[in-house]
Design a binder for this molecule. Structure first.
Ligand code: AMP
Length: 183
């Protein structure tokens, strides 16, 4: 199976859940920038203090900050990985390309998890995270459409994109994902 994967899709599509399960079963490093940032906020590090207000509004934290987090993790790791929630815009995608070529690595597949907005909003409201209230959710979806969605065309043009229907149960999505990744 492919060992270097990227999960793309709007907030609430199930990236984190699927990435975590796949990483565990395949022995890959699961790198979620959202999880790593939340851990920094929790620990009240300088980085977390810088990110906290931005995250609470549903905006993107600075590319430099996120890239520093990803760089240190990937540099310390030699096996396969699964990136979840990064890159979030074209500048981050370009920075990731530069970082990977310096490590002699490349993205092998990009999985786009797709789901209707109405279902996304319902799922996010049910999750109860600090940034999962109606107003912030709406903003995160706008930020996704404006800044992250252009990555779909970017990775499609590179021939790396596979689309995955994000509707249904965790197990149903997991089975469809496994079928996508057999080759
Ligand atoms: P997530 O858990 O992926 O939904 O991320 C939660 C929040 O963390 C986002 O709304 C952003 O504020 C921030 N964040 C996570 N990943 C990134 C990233 N790659 N670039 C900028 N901000 C990010």
């Amino acid at each position: 199976m492919k060992q270097r994967l990227l999960f793309l899709g709007p907030p609430g599509a199930g990236k984190g859940t699927q990435a975590q399960r796949l990483a565990a079963s395949e022995g890959l490093l699961h790198l979620s920038t959202g999880d790593l940032l939340r851990a920094e906020v929790q620990a009240a590090t300088p980085l977390g203090q810088e990110a906290e207000a931005v995250m609470a509004r549903g905006e993107l934290v600075s590319d430099a900050l996120v890239l520093a987090i990803v760089r240190s993790r990937l540099e310390q790791h030699s096996g396969g990985w699964l990136l979840d929630g990064f890159p979030r815009n074209l500048a981050q995608a370009e920075a990731l390309d530069g970082l990977l070529s310096s490590l002699n690595q490349r993205i092998e597949r990009v999985i786009l998890l797709e789901l209707d907005d109405a279902v996304l909003i319902q799922r996010l409201l049910g999750r109860g995270r600090a940034d999962d209230n109606a107003e912030v959710i709406a903003n995160r979806l706008v930020v996704y459409r404006q800044q992250t969605a252009p990555l779909v065309d970017h990775y499609e043009a590179l021939g790396l994109l596979s689309r995955l229907d994000g509707a249904g149960s965790i197990e149903a999505i997991e089975a469809r994902l496994a079928a996508l990744l057999v080759d």
